[in-house]
Design a binder for this molecule. Structure first.
Ligand SMILES: [Zn+2]
Length: 99
């Protein structure tokens, strides 16, 4: 569903059935994209509100999108990452300086 939302509807996203979602307990991270498992992980011990879960999901979806299009630095928060993040932060009224 989130893949159908801007800006992800304009990015080369995989079918949702090809991506695993997992709730983890690590309090040190909000979430993680594991490219080997094609898995987005969200930490229930770091994300206590829907907004945080949603922000984390979108954040990890940027890593996923960069990975799918073949960017070697998909795991970094470089210029390409920040460009996409700026779009969804503006669209969904998120703090662009947050996670
Ligand atoms: Zn990240």
């Amino acid at each position: 569903m989130a893949c159908q939302m801007a800006p992800f509807n304009k990015l080369p996203m995989p079918k949702s059935s090809k991506v695993n979602f997992k709730v983890i307990k690590n309090p040190d991270i909000y979430g993680c994209f594991d490219e080997e498992e094609m898995e987005i992980q969200i930490s229930s011990n770091a994300c206590g509100h829907f907004t945080t879960i949603f922000q984390t999901l979108l954040h990890e979806m940027v890593h996923l999108a960069l990975y799918v299009r073949g960017d070697d630095d998909f795991h970094l928060h470089g210029e390409k990452f920040l460009r996409i993040k700026a779009v969804y932060s503006e669209l969904y009224n998120f703090d662009p300086k947050a996670i």
